[in-house]
Design a protein around this ligand. Structure first.
Ligand SMILES: *[C@@H]1O[C@H](CO)[C@@H](O)[C@H](O)[C@H]1NC(C)=O
Ligand SMILES: *[C@@H]1O[C@H](CO)[C@@H](O)[C@H](O)[C@H]1NC(C)=O
Ligand SMILES: *[C@@H]1O[C@H](CO)[C@@H](O)[C@H](O)[C@H]1NC(C)=O
Length: 298
């Protein structure tokens, strides 16, 4: 049991003290072989460390993809006749909501976790929305516990976790940042919204992750790779682009894709929420973002 707690990522730091106590009070003698084993592993690990210092230190850092910026990791979604407006999601308070209520807006859909190294991306969400919500943009965040158990809270605890722990310092979401109830984004109980998104948008990497860090079955090639993967939805509810968690740069890289979509028409519904059209103030970003095909790091 302690072993499984220790493997549980964030749970790790909370429970480790308790585990160690129970180890000391309990069957120290029985656990002696485990200590011996760990000691041997330590020595072996040390040797490995000397052979591949860089890789080893990265692996010891944290689970999931390394904290780097990889702006080439994105894909273009295939045309589809379905839209995200066909789906319903649960709010944090247990009521349900039709995504239909976001008609006409540009949406960034992101699976989040409070106790992830990438949780720092939360602090970029509010500034982006302060600049762009007036043009009809929202961010929809779906907490998910499937990546190394980094979202262990109950739905009613999640906002407090964000406010007081990570990002902390009294953080509260912008009014256009909607945080929903926890869902599965991968595996046998995946939410239908995510099934649709993953079917429409090719994966941005061929490396999903390490088996022991992925808390679900079955693992598929189209899976969400980690917390803070993103889908960009246009004003007509169609998925347009998918972004790897590392493709962010404080939102700058994804904003290059969002700006042209803010300028697009939302069809008949555009008056509803679209508001005034977006006037690009920035440099003329090239529209030719490559072929949008499956790309990967060399
Ligand atoms: C969308 O609907 C049209 C007309 O019904 C059909 O011809 C087309 O194949 C459909 N496209 C997809 C991607 O399903
Ligand atoms: C539940 O949350 C939703 C979304 O924040 C809100 O619109 C709704 O009024 C809430 N319902 C209750 C009963 O608190
Ligand atoms: C955005 O729309 C305005 C008004 O229709 C147009 O003048 C401008 O060229 C558009 N910009 C982009 C990047 O599409």
């Amino acid at each position: 049991m302690c072993q499984s707690l220790i493997q549980g990522g964030c749970v790790h730091s909370l429970s480790q003290g308790r585990c160690v106590n129970s180890l000391i009070q309990g069957r120290f003698v029985m656990l002696y072989p485990i200590f011996l084993f760990n000691f041997i592993s330590l020595i072996l690990g040390q040797q490995q460390f000397q052979q591949q210092p860089q890789q080893q230190s990265q692996q010891q850092g944290q689970p999931g993809p390394a904290l780097v910026d990889e702006t080439t990791r994105w894909s273009r979604c295939r045309p589809t006749n379905q839209t995200i407006y066909d789906f319903q999601v649960e709010n944090l308070n247990g009521t349900y909501q039709d995504l239909n209520s976001y008609r006409g807006q540009v949406l960034l859909i992101v699976n989040v976790a409070t106790f992830c190294a990438y949780t720092q991306q939360y602090t970029d969400f509010n500034p982006i929305l302060q600049q762009n919500s007036q043009y009809g943009m929202s961010i929809l965040a779906f907490p998910c516990n499937q990546f190394y158990l980094q979202e262990p809270a109950e739905n009613h605890e999640i906002l407090n976790g964000l406010r007081y722990v990570r990002p902390g310092n009294g953080w509260i979401p912008h009014q256009n940042l909607d945080i929903f109830g926890k869902i599965d984004v991968n595996g046998d109980n995946q939410h239908p919204l995510y099934e649709f998104l993953k079917d429409s948008c090719p994966p941005t990497t061929n490396r999903i992750g390490k088996r022991e860090e992925l808390m679900y079955d079955s693992i598929k090639t189209t899976d969400i790779t980690w917390n803070f993967e993103k889908f960009l939805i246009d004003r007509q509810g169609r998925p347009r682009f998918r972004f790897h968690p590392t493709n962010w740069v404080h939102g700058q890289s994804v904003m290059q894709f969002i700006r042209p979509l803010l300028n697009e028409s939302g069809g008949q519904q555009q008056q509803q929420q679209g508001g005034s059209f977006y006037q690009p103030q920035m440099q003329g970003q090239g529209q030719q973002q490559g072929q949008g095909q499956f790309r990967r790091q060399s």
